[in-house]
Design a protein around this ligand. Structure first.
Ligand code: SIN
Length: 334
């Protein structure tokens, strides 16, 4: 009787817990999904990096981790993505370094006009101690930088030729959500408007704005050159990206899995950086060949005028960014 009761009880208990055990097992076998959201086209350095990352993870992690890439602001635009990340709705993104102002003042360093003389200097700074320290500059809000990826130097485009700062006076320029970029355009007497990347083409096409600043690959892939008659090869600033995740998500992965994901990411970044180098020259050439937009080179004297007017912006942001950080960036030019 006692044995019968025990067996019966065991059976009933099993019937109650079995569905939960099966569900738990299914959860344990479910892949870790990394939604990777970005705003640019797939044929850009960032787009190519994200796709490469997805493919390497698929190849190496045996279904334990699945990366889903959402390009072209399909999932979130840059104004929404970091909030979504902190809510757990997206696990990785690579916003432009100009879009972190709400979370840290330090990354504003990358927006200072005429700070880096070329991409080699940017690379030295990012890989040096000061650049690496910046990866954890948003730890207090739960965001973690996993690495940088290049796009390239920014060029100015407008509905008229911009050869000296005076040419920009009174024109409306779309800018990213950065106070430094706002100050940079105000310094030349222009009217900056902060707008998401996804709206730039329409704003230019409808002439709601007169100009914008961007890299050759973004100007080409988003067809800005079709609605801007003039581009100045100014190389006055930088668009690079921070690959970012939430600290909570990153630490939730098992150590061995996280290490493999990190390795795949490093390889994807190297791939994206190579694409960036090729595109800086290739996309410029394609724009020139299209004949839709005239590319203007600056003489050394014209360039010196832009530097003179824009560089005082550095002093305005020195307290927020830190003089030591600015000095380290300047040193990377040597
Ligand atoms: C990007 O390259 O991710 C966007 C840059 C911009 O907003 O201009």
């Amino acid at each position: 009787m006692i044995r019968k009761l025990t067996a019966g009880a065991l059976l009933s208990a099993l019937m109650v817990v079995a569905p939960f055990l099966i569900a738990d097992q299914a959860r344990a076998d479910d892949p870790i999904v990394i939604k990777f959201s970005h705003v640019v086209a797939e044929n850009t350095p960032k787009g190519q990096m994200a796709n490469k990352f997805r493919d390497l993870v698929a190849e190496r992690l045996d279904g334990k981790v699945v990366v889903e890439v959402y390009p072209n602001s399909q999932l979130f635009n840059d104004n929404q993505v970091l909030e979504a990340m902190l809510l757990g709705d997206v696990q990785m993104a690579a916003p432009s370094l100009s879009k972190f102002g709400q979370y840290t003042e330090k990354l504003q360093i990358f927006d200072l006009p005429f700070l880096f003389k070329d991409m080699a200097a940017v690379e030295r700074f990012q890989n040096g101690p000061a650049g690496q320290k910046l990866l954890t500059s948003m730890e207090d809000v739960g965001l973690l930088g996993l690495g940088y990826i290049h796009n390239g130097m920014k060029q100015l485009s407008a509905s008229k030729p911009l050869l000296v700062p005076e040419d920009a006076r009174g024109l409306k320029f779309r800018i990213q959500s950065s106070d430094v970029l706002q100050a940079q355009f105000e310094a030349v007497g222009a009217l900056p408007v902060k707008k998401p990347f996804s709206e730039v083409f329409t704003l230019l096409q409808t002439k709601a704005i007169d100009g914008q600043e961007n890299t050759w690959s973004n100007i080409y892939s988003k067809k800005f050159f079709e609605v801007q008659e003039h581009i100045t090869a100014s190389n006055h600033g930088l668009i690079d990206y921070l690959i970012v995740t939430s600290d909570e998500f990153w630490k939730s992965m098992p150590d061995d899995v996280r290490a493999e994901v990190d390795k795949a990411l490093a390889e994807a970044i190297a791939h994206g950086n190579k694409v960036a180098m090729d595109k800086a020259t290739g996309d410029r050439a394609k724009i020139a060949e299209s004949g839709r937009s005239t590319i203007h080179e600056l003489t050394p004297e014209q360039r010196a005028q832009w530097v003179e007017v824009m560089k005082p912006v550095w002093a305005k942001f020195e307290d927020q960014i830190g003089k030591d950080l600015i000095d380290a960036a300047v040193e990377s030019n040597m």
